[in-house]
Ligand binder design. Sequence first.
Ligand code: URA
Length: 438
Amino acid sequence: MRPQEIIKKKRDGAALTRAEIGAFVDGVKNQLWADYQIAALLMAMFLRGLDTEETGFLIDSMLGSGEILDFSDLEKPKADKHSTGGVGDKTSLIVAPLAAACGVAVPMISGRGLGHTGGTLDKLESINNYNVNLTLAEFKKIVCKCGFAMSGQTAEIAPADKKLYALRDATATVEYIPLIVASIMSKKLAEGLDALVLDVKTGAGAFMKSEQDAVKLAAAMCAVGARRGVRTEALISDMNQPLGEFVGNALEVYESIKILRSEQNETMSATRELSIELAARILILSGICNNLTAARKKCEDNLRSGAALEKFRENIELQKGDARVCDKPEKMLEANVRQIEIRSAANGFVFAVDTKAVGEAISMIGGGRTKTSDKIDFAVGFAARKKIGDTAEKNETLGILYCRNRNQADAVREKLQKAYKIANEPPPKTVLIKQIIN
Ligand code: URA
């Protein structure tokens, strides 16, 4: 089957068959299709749509492009969480060790930054020498040893997603429900899970701007999970402002370790709250706790006792990273970085934050990619000090930009300042967790 025939069929709006979608995924995996042909079909899918049947074919083919992990010899429930992508969204770094400390095995396959959103793999790579490119054998060994491992899509696990994910990022074809469902669920179903908790983001910094679309995405993923025998639940969570305090790879690891060390400040509290909720739901779906109060308490206890921090330390050592950051999170903060205050243009209340603009600003100065080959600058980022509902006086600090030089500061200072809408009236109250879908 020639790529151009399949592209033409979708370009003209027809539904693709299982064989055609299979040929596409095979072409991606085995480099039989050129990047421009893959990108053309992705755009045709984005513009012309994929129906439920085609989405199912895509998931099947992507899942079939690699191996499905078998942890049947491991006598623990296997569960994971995945986010649809946000700004400052670092909960995986807390949820994975926390759930592992509570007795769950977490084989976490993650992605890199996508569009204006950050990616767990990039964050982990900001820890000196941390290896996210594990072989299947290494990945399994680490899960069995310390309860969790975090790796990228490999030649063996979800290989087609690795390529598609990068090309979607570079061709503005991310924000489409069937492609997101196929990307996330093909990775997660390959993990051989009993349970899956999804964090579906909604709002200004999410791919799903409206809560209604977030619910649609959540319901589609829960249905796929249920059909494949994985107990799946989704939280719809707020992404109308950066989550917690920091945006940027190394800075987000810093915040996560501060929370694992119970040293968080008030600005970081949303990160902690959402992480506990996601981990607690994993404990329920995994059968470790039978009610939410007990599950939340178990998570709180494992954070407070330092058990989750010790799991993180063990994991960093096993993935060859410098685990001393667990004792000194300040090691994540590079000295050779300028801190520039972003100040309020007016007196009033922080009414809204253009969270996508914040993510884009950090990406523009090297915190993310514009081409798949771009190298990330782990040290740059932003501290979102003022939160929605806070008062701000003219010239008061809204946040701190972490950048390398004056040119970078000049390039994004105004974008960041304008991202904050200051109004005379207080905004309606924000809710972090909006709905639960299962
Ligand atoms: N996360 C993924 O893994 N894939 C997407 O398409 C979006 C977010």
